[in-house]
Design a binder for this molecule. Sequence first.
Ligand code: NAD
Ligand code: MG
Length: 298
Amino acid sequence: MPSNLYTLQDPTKQYPTPKFQKQPQRVPGLDKKLKPLADHGEESYHGSGRLKGRKALVTGGDSGIGRAVAIAFAREGADVVINYLPSEEADAKEVIALIKAAGRKAYAMPGDLRKEKFARDLVKKAAKKLGGLDIYAAVAGHQHAVEKIADLKTKQIEETFETNVYALIWTTQEALKLMPKGGSIITTASIQATHPSPSLLDYAPTKAAILAFTRALARQVAPDGIRVNCVAPGPVWTPLQVTGGQPQKKIPEFGAETPMGRAGQPVEMSPLYVLLASQESSYVTGEVYGATGGLEVG
Ligand code: NAD
Ligand code: MG
């Protein structure tokens, strides 16, 4: 991927446009296997000290949007803990190396966020390793498309809600015990929160829940000096989509429905997380920032 993030150019042509090839992977999938590879900022994201000395936890930090966030946070000067599932070690290793290459401390803490004890301990352990916790970017998520409601199984509903909603609440409870004034929590919703696809009957409501949780919590903890905001991506080229997030038949045209006519890349999301994490957005809380190629989040 070219390092062209800071060059004036036509954004509709900045990254690959459909068609993509079909490429099923098993959940949770690997970034390494995406064709074409996605841009997480490895070559393209340049930091400028906006998060100097901060301590950050990023869930889902091995791949996709979370990987881009972890790279950007490190390049902006933050030490970073990433969480991911054990089967994603290959992706995670690369991210750890990239954070270290940025001159920051990097810690890998694999494990399943659906387990309440692990989720709570993760936050405590992250803060212990980092020597505090200033930023929590909750990016991990599960999405599996099912065409007909009759085929939606309880096991899947549980997996989606536990990963996307329960784990977010558990981890946030722990993070709030540890964060100093000035701390920032950034959640990850989706265009699906407000414009749900017919095949995402369980996932879309979890994203609506994340949006509501963000807005409610922001108002609760604003007097304590903690900000809580949300990023709502449109279609972004990540493992989540090719592992069943979309039916495979939809992969070739992935992103074509946006006014820009293409899928987003993870590195096009990370600048929003950086802004919301940094003190520059000190008067912003309870907000949702979309990055959707022109689809309306509203
Ligand atoms: P991704 O597959 O790269 O990232 C999702 C990550 O979630 C995985 O890497 C995995 O580490 C983590 N995860 C899933 N289940 C977990 C569990 N039980 N325990 C611990 N970690 C677990 O895909 P992505 O698209 O970058 O997804 C990141 C976030 O962005 C998700 O919350 C997703 O809902 C959201 N999102 C993605 C898109 C998109 O088009 N890709 C659009 C809107 C929102
Ligand atoms: Mg992954």
